[in-house]
Design a protein around this ligand. Sequence first.
Ligand SMILES: Cc1ncc(COP(=O)(O)O)c(C=O)c1O
Length: 396
Amino acid sequence: MRFATRLIHGGRRHTFHELGTVVEPIFTSAVYVYHHEVSRETPHVLPYKYSREDNPTVAHLEEKIRSLDSAEACIAFSSGIASIRCVIDSLVEKLGRLLLIAPLDLYGSTLVLFRKYAHRGLIELETVPPGTESILEKLKSIDKGSVVIFLEEISNPVLRVYDIEEISKNLKDHKYENSLLIVDNTIPTQVGIRPIEHGADIVVYSASKYLSGHNDAIGGIVALSGSVKELEETIWHSRRLHGCIMTPFTAYLLDRGLKTLHLRMMKHEENARAVAEFLLDHSKVNEVIYPGLSSHPDFKTSIKMLGNTSGIVSFRLKNDPDLSKMFKKLRIIIPGVSFGGPETIITHPLSTTHRYLEENERKIVGIDQRLFRLSVGLEDVEDIIEDLDSMLREVY
Ligand SMILES: Cc1ncc(COP(=O)(O)O)c(C=O)c1O
């Protein structure tokens, strides 16, 4: 099956032949008949035992995403941050002391989480400025131990695009005890790139964004390449012991959302490009950040790596904004902290998602009072542009 067909028909099916259901049912059963003769400790094998460990609706979704990501295994979580946490827990358990290299342009809470691990002495954390070059530079200075790189393929909110082929090549070239590349692919989704096909070992998603796609679900995904298939059991146990499996209803919402992912991403991209072009010409705007614009520092990388540049556009005003005055003018666009749904959302990263960064780190990343992130939705783009224009009239 090809990609668009797998979005619709992929998965481990549990349809009832007598009823002829076309849509995968939601299995709400918490407990299943116990078959004593079957091993209970291997993840993802039938029969099911208890829904904190495995659930048929969740297993259907996991199989669908495993195939979309060209992965060997997939595990679904209650949130994106739970999936990142269980991956790091499992790496600490498997590898012992490890060095985690992370560019500073990560989602704020991901960085806060890593800092907690470092503070407790479980990992060594090295943050580097945004961009492929800084990671490659850092790698040159390290020649032993276990090295893990964690990055967002399109970063949040400054939208740097990473050349994961180059990073993976350099990581594997070195003589490390262990080396792993983890890619958070939340913004591009599998429509933009399948990171495992370009050398990533582990891919994580906040499924709360484009994958579910309707601003009505919180979930997380981990996809594992063949090179780390043995981690499946450790990560599965971590999910089981933290009690953070995705709920069956969320799995259903995601399965439903995925059926239109390719169409939504095309429209998000089309609308985002039109909004970016409108902002480029606006007298109140100093800078427009969108990977599909030739002015973007990673434009060439985005052409090399991405089949879709997604629906996020960031922009910087010329002057300091009065947020409440500006936002009061909005009729359609919603001030909020998430992205990836049909509703256009505007975020002020400094006061919300990235408020925990140190002052000097914000400077390095480029997050200041004047920076905004727009998750361009699926409304008529003329309405989005008119709304933005009326908001920008309130700016000096
Ligand atoms: C890129 C990225 N990764 C991970 C997360 C965490 O996901 P969740 O909010 O589903 O826990 C977010 C949340 O905004 C995010 O933007």
